[in-house]
Design a protein around this ligand. Sequence first.
Ligand code: GAR
Length: 197
Amino acid sequence: MLKLVVLISGTGSNLRALLDASADAEFPARVVAIGADRDAEGLALGEEYGVPTFSVPFTAYPDRDAWGDALIAEVARWEPDVVVLSGLMRLVPPAVVDAFSPHLINTHPAYLPEFPGAHGVRDALAAGVTQTGASLIVVDNSVDGGPIIAQERIPVLPGDTESSLHDRIKPVERRLLIQAVLDIANQHLDLKELARS
Ligand code: GAR
């Protein structure tokens, strides 16, 4: 059974999809803990699904490195096979990358390397592109520049707003994430090999 720790900042709708998938006895992975960098709405999913939660508030630490060290300690306690950044809206410091990558993966609401950063959906709309996408990557020390695990194109429709477009991207992110977790668990995907190539 693959052990996942999922880190969030927001509502955790992609996390919910992972928790729903894990509820199936046949699914070869379990979310063993949910963590956040703030008082995130999605932490409530812990109680709903009976999964432990923790919070390492970014603002409680003097700098990013100190926050990262505290985050490493909390995450490592759960001995995860994979750490999923599912809407964690913070750059993690190098120590976090060293501790968990390449078993540290991140969903992103754009077709990387297009539109990296915190506003992938907004930036795609502002650029006036006719298609954007969803990506799942290995986290390295770049901003959303790590090896691509999976990605898919999604059209931008006339009249799309940031929220309507994001609402169409998220189900694709969920599918890519769940498939990747399955592939890792079934040893069809080797993150170490992907990161080396
Ligand atoms: C997801 O679209 C995720 O890819 C994005 O935040 C959203 C979280 O939604 N992450 C980033 O933009 C990271 N740069 P959720 O809280 O509803 O799952």
